[in-house]
Design a protein around this ligand. Sequence first.
Ligand code: GRF
Length: 195
Amino acid sequence: MRLIVMISGSGSNLQAILDAVQAGELAAEVALVVSNRASAYGLERAHKAGVPTLYFPLKPYKDRGADRTEYDADLAAKLSPYQPDLIVLAGWMHVLSPVFLDQFPRQVINLHPALPGMFPGTEGIHESYEAYQRGEVEHGGCMVHYVIPEIDAGEVIQQAVVPIHPGDTVDDFETRMHQTEHKIIVAAIRTVIDK
Ligand code: GRF
């Protein structure tokens, strides 16, 4: 199975995928790593693993007043030649429109640091932690789901509870979150492969 992994930051989930492939735990290959941020350390992780990378920022489109869908269309056109079986959004901080998603029907999955229906958007970790402090939730969680135009709302592939303990700082919780994410992101890809 040919994977394209899309990132915007550290890429620790990308690393979990690369390690699983390397260890023979995933019958897949990472054909390309895409980032919309030049500073994303995940690009370095890809280089170290000998995986091709594509840096494709939105800014030039915004600077010339082009529509985001133009960016999405061009991005899809750049990825199609790699003939991905699965596109994995692992900390990819850009909402993809149907212009992109329609090119890869049921082939785009996303990792989100909250349980289904909880805290959509980019602040799932902090919002979960604060809700716990207010006594509104008992724990956090994370999930991998198919991407649909509605943010963080597609069919769930894998999910896991992430405990929060009374003495936790938000960093303690975030560390536990990432450890759990690294497991479910690989499990989710394996689930799709085994379908
Ligand atoms: C993860 O917590 C993911 O849930 C969120 O962004 C973070 C990416 O972390 N969308 P990394 O770049 O994989 O380390």
